[in-house]
Design a protein around this ligand. Sequence first.
Ligand code: MOS
Length: 747
Amino acid sequence: MSAPTAPKLVGQGIDRVDGRAKVTGAARYTAEIPMPNAAYGVLVGAEIGNGTLSSIDTDAALRAGAVAVYTHQNLPRVATVPVLPSAFGHSAPGQTFFPMQDTTIHYFGQPIAVVVADTFEVAQHAATLIEATYTAQPPMVRLDDGRDRQYLPDSIFAGLVPAAQSRGDFATAAAEAAHSVDATYHFAANHHNPIECSATAAMWDGDSVLVYDSTQGIVASQLTIAAYLGISPSRVRVVADYVGGGFGGKAMMWPHVTLAPLVARELARPVRIILNREQMFYGTGLREEQEQRITLVSDTDGRCTGLRHHKLSVTSPFDDWAELSLEVAGKAYAIANWEGRYQLVKGNTMTPTFMRGPGEASGMVALECSLDELAEQLGADPVELRLRNHAAVDPESGNRWTSDGYAECLRHAAERFGWGARNPVPGSHTDGNWLIGWGVGTAGYPVYEPGQPQRAHARLRSDGSLVVQAGTQEFGTGVATIASQVAGDAMGVPFDRVRVEIGSTDFPNIAAAVGSTGAAIVSSAVHIAGTQLLAQLVSIATADEGSPLHGRTSAEIEGVDGTLRLVSDPSIGETYSAVLQRNQLSDIETTGSWLPTPDPEAHGKLSFGAQFAEVAVDPELGLIRVRRLVGAFAPGRVLNAKLARSQVLGGMNWGLSQALMEGSLPDIRDGRWANSSLLEYLLPVNADAPAVDISFVEFEDSVLNPLGVKGLGELGMVGTAAAIINAVHHATGRRMREIPLRIEHLL
Ligand code: MOS
């Protein structure tokens, strides 16, 4: 191996390579990619939330110009109902129900027909003419209405996580404790609203299909579609040029993804299915309505000795799914006695799914607000109390973290926020009529690792340019930019000579970008591809009598800016092009493959951060305004300072949205979501966005992967909502336990 060179590109806040394409509209989403002779498929959803479809009349739709209508009567049966095959070494938990196989209606909006027409407009109109009759039963869509039917499953999440977990002895800890906080938090359901609604387009050529899909995992789409259709994955090619945000809603495979190729095959014509905004509330899962009860106990010094964290949430009729709200909350502090439990209620909803900070974001609201209460009881400073309870090791295993940085983040962010000037008495800070409150919350997120190799291909051409290919996709994170930086450093090629190609399953396998793993898995594979290719080039040069580096060992040589040279004397060397051209090689290539190496020490794996919020509350009107947010995060290596900041900026604003705005309200009469539009599902706009101050505390992590990347995307959202809710308490003296906080709750 040649001598490692210090990173030059990695870490820099380089602009997105696709930034111009995105702002000019040249970047195309799935629905915009031209397909000759394509027809449009529009889904028709059930108008009841529970029951059976008695009849469905498609005549009027066909008379209005639909070229075909598919219902349970004429849609071919799917070969299987798979859960998503995941590259994490096990099956990922997806919805195990596929619609239009029979007449049962499990949830409002469940597809009962696909109406196909030559234009989107005709298809949309014809879809309104489908006449269905039902035998309806009352739907269960509200936690309160199913409370008496709750149950404790063996496991949740497709069998991956036990529903009841514990360490130590909580009951004894509680009996012996000096202080105790017992509080129940309720969280409304949430729905994903990425800027691009989900869409899938399919075009058959013989027995092979090309699928354009708005997905967080092209390979996962490929494998899932193949399984549903009962064909080999080699017959399914999935392409995603650009995806307009996913946030978990495009991580699992939902019915429309398979319906497009299924209908296109029946019709022998390309078909494009686009969900509209309302259909996004019935088409891509949700963050489930839930209640979390926390009992947190401590000794006289505020050292927490026990934590009981019980969750009760709504799942679908077919899957035991709950977002993992207890896992990070159960490990974030040094608490010896812990008990966690996921109770479920079956409701008439889709199977819930990942939504940014899936579980961590809600679990840390309950925990961090409880810590705030404990601090108040003790008369302790909330920051000081957190430091007192910091988990120096993973409390679950007693093993060291791969890297930590929590205390540094907390101190650094507190300093930047000006926390030292805080008077703990609620209502003591004011600005005119406004009550000002300051609050803190901890961020934590697991580091997930793949169970299967992650791969990237690298090719150096004799003109000195480098092309890297990987089967990942751009959904807003800037992965191609990051991969270009990593490849440029690994191979010693200037940034503008690197091109990264992604978005096709023709490229080497990369797992779906879920759980904040995207940057880590892609950068690891690309780094290995780049270093392998450089080694290949070095061995060609050292074996070549015509090279000034002939006979040297690889350790003596470095690759910098497209030139191989001696580390000891940079004046001796030659360009990459010279090596290849003299050897009559048009190019050299390699595939890098990365799997985490076994970790004999079984380190704890968690990313940490700290969040602070300032709110202003109008006590007469109940208005809550977030004035500023300050966050510090320790995500291991920061690959691109600008992109990292963007990720966290979005996450922190989403935390604001979680605390104060987002909530899907079920209509208990028919099971629909009563606010399924951007008019009524509240999201923050620029006028709501506070000043946000973000810093990274970089800690080297030498355990996880070649570049020490822990992952960042979701961390930025965790803890923000708790900081805001704690700030509202500081402003008003009110403990708010209903999320999102609403004006009427404050009055
Ligand atoms: Mo993330 S919620 O796993 O896309």
